[in-house]
Design a protein around this ligand. Sequence first.
Ligand SMILES: [Zn+2]
Length: 227
Amino acid sequence: MNWKVTIKLDLKDLAFLNSLWRNWSIKPPLFLRLVFPGTAWQEKVTEKKVFLTFDDGPIPQVTPWVINCLKEHGMVATFFCVGDNIRKHPDVFQQLRDNGMGIGNHTYSHKKAWRSSKADYLLDVDLYSDYYRANIFRPPHGQLYPWWIKDLKKRFSKIVMWDILTMDYDVKLGANDIVNNVINNVRSGSIIVFHDSIKSMPRLQSALPIVLDWIKKEGYKSALFSS
Ligand SMILES: [Zn+2]
């Protein structure tokens, strides 16, 4: 009979860990930030500024809409592009550049660090540079080994993590949740992660205009990373 008890406990623990991880993901706690020394989770600023970021594009179905939405609100953002998407959609990538958006390296094939050797990972990072030489980097899924940071620092002036993960990719959430994840957590220097992806679009489409209106009303300006 003992195994039943064990399974029950395990499931309970799992649910607990899941909710803990979810909260950590939205707003990573200090100790998690300290595990990756030399990476940026929040920018030091002297005025009310936020750093809007969009990962995983550029794609024609979402990225041009995001650019327009930002322009309508007089805001800029940094796009951590996937190199393979730059290769497939050079015209959409050019729209980012023409509109003064920031560009970051997010690997060529959205490579997961925890499933790669360092050599393979860095090859993928460098393959991106054949398409565009970015000087900031964000690891896909936030996955990184602390002991890889020095190799990345040789290539990039900044490794950008996040202060707020909007969770816009989570199909279980509504646009309201995405809005709340931002407005409940935003502060000066916040680095906020959205995704210009097909998966995020249903929530992004409603949430982004509301978020941009709100941060503007609160007196925040959008900024690009200095490098
Ligand atoms: Zn990504």
